[in-house]
Each structure stands twice: as structure tokens, then as C-alpha cells.
Design a protein. Sequence first.
Length: 349
Amino acid sequence: MSNTVNWKDLVLPHILSLQAYSSARDEFSGDAKVFLDANENPFDEEQHNWNRYPDPLQKDIKNQLSEIKGIASSNIFLGNGSDEAIDLLFRIFCKGGESNVITCPPTYGMYKVSAAIHNVENIEVSLTNDFQLDVNAILNAANEESKMLFICSPNNPTGNSLRKDDIQNLLEKFKGIVVIDEAYIDFSAQKSWTHQLENYQNLVVLQTLSKAWGLASARLGMAFANQELIKILNKVKPPYNISGPSQKLVSDSLKNKKGFEEQIKSILAEKDKLNQKLQDIPGVKKVYLTDANFILIKINEAKSIYQKLIEKGIVVRDRSNVKLCDDCLRITIGTAEENEILITALSDI
Ligand SMILES: *Cc1c(COP(=O)(O)O)cnc(C)c1O
């Protein structure tokens, strides 16, 4: 159970030798009561420390997450959303105009956009008709310049988890970094791949507080990887990438694990109800099985239904132009009341 690729050989040389920015607070450790090192305004009217730069390495949050997830702090990187982690991975591993990455549509749109921003070719290997990985096609499409493979499980927008054996196969055979995006893992009964970090040096797992934890506004994404790669991510990121107010909000929210678990339970119960009701709507051709907090449906005249819902003030996600998703709409599970409004509107249409 391992991969013969040496992940460090994949890091761009100028990144490996990069001397990280050393912030005023980085250079100091211990207790002090007078801080005259960072050109901050000394007045702290609201007593929140908002006048001070925040902890560049977010140690408090990492300790909390370490406990919650059962993963050492040294294996955790925090970004301004997982989108920042994705961007940094491109900076670390991909050379514009030369490298390529592999993505498996239909999937999360950000991998492709990030590739384009970095002038990196995005090789698309479609999922199979049952929305699973086409392992052989992926390995055949990969070449010397394929630096990263993005796997999203549970997958957005289809909602299903990708088969464990397929992912393991790719972790062992793909000669690059395998990024597994688990943005929806907290809604799923599947085990996280974070517990395989010791077996696979080329594994990066992404998670986020934007979905199950209800903190999309705080912008906090996590990357889990081997310790050395975490150090490189920290050296490439902007020094203060998570704001002080966000760190405080997140730290307070993470203390309420019970509330979080109750919300998930309620969302999953609502999902089952919505699933049933959607199947009874005329015109709905298919309600896909989902491990996430959204449901993909295939419905006659999806585009016009999408428009009519908007006219009623209801916004869902039109995915009908997406590969393998003809006539599909993606619906997030809302509150009981919101879901009822949606079902009533769909029935009326
Ligand atoms: C929503 C989502 C994210 C979240 O990104 P953040 O930048 O952390 O808000 C990441 N990946 C997938 C697949 C998503 O659907």
C-alpha cells in the first residue's frame, strides 16, 4: 500500500528553495506584554485584539480540529476556503504552459478555473455513466507532466461517493499528487481518507467548514497532508491568510460540536423526506442517490423549470449544461419550511 512516486520531486524547484516571509510575530515566542514590533495601532477600544495581526498559523483552531478529526496539528493546513488550498497546490506543483492536471467531470468547477488561472492544462476524464471513476482511462490519460489528480467524494454535483477501491488504485498508480476533496464528508457515512495519510505521501485531503459546519462566511478550508507538504503550504500562503475575526468565530463555533451534530441529523432527515417527495413530482425522471446535503434530479425541461422557480423566488442550481447531467437540477437541502416551499412550487409548475 504505497506509491513509488516521490512527492518531493514534484515540487517546483523555486518553491522548494523558497525562503518564507518571516512576520514580526513569527520571530517571537514566549510571553510579552508590550508589542512594538508590527507597526500596529496600540489602541484596542473593543478589547477584541482586532488591532493586532492574527496568528499566522492558527494554532488554536488547529488544536481544536486535531481533536475533532483525530489528526495531528502538524498534518493540517488552513486556508481562506478550500479554494485557497487548491490555488496553493497549483503554485507548488504546476508550471504554467507545461504541467497538466486531471479532473473528472462532472465535478466541482474550481479545479478547472484554478488550472486556467495558472495556465495549466486541464485533462478531463469523464466519470462513467454511473458517476464513478474510470480508473484505466485516467491512468491512460496521465503523462510525465500530470502533476495532480482531483477526486471529489462525495462528488459535487452528483452527490455520490466514489468507490474506495478505485481511489486506492489511483493513489497507488497515479504518478502525481492525488487531491481528494471531501467538502461533503460530514454528511456521509463514508470514512475520510485523512486516515490514510501515513500510507500515501502523495495524498492531499481537502475539507471545509463551509458546508456541514455552517461557516461559509468565515472562509475556512482545510488541507490534510504529510507534514513536510504542510510546511510548504504554510510557506507559500500569504502570512495572515485567516483573519482574526474568522479565527475567533471558527474557534467559538468548533466548541459546539453537539449543535453541529444535531444540525446534520436534521439535514439528513430532511433529505430523506425531500427525496421521497421529489420522486412523486410528475416530470421528475430520476432522483439520484446522494451522500451530501444536496440532491441531483433529472427532470423534463430542466431549464424552463429552473426559470419558473426563479420567478417564484426560489433558486436552485441548473446543471443541465454539465457533462452527463442533461436535464439535471441540483437542489440544496434547506430547512423543513424551505423544502416545503420548493415542493409546493414544483408541484404547481
Ligand atoms: C463547496 C465546495 C468547496 C468549498 O470551498 P470553500 O472555499 O472551502 O468554501 C470545496 N469543494 C467542493 C467540492 C465544494 O462543493
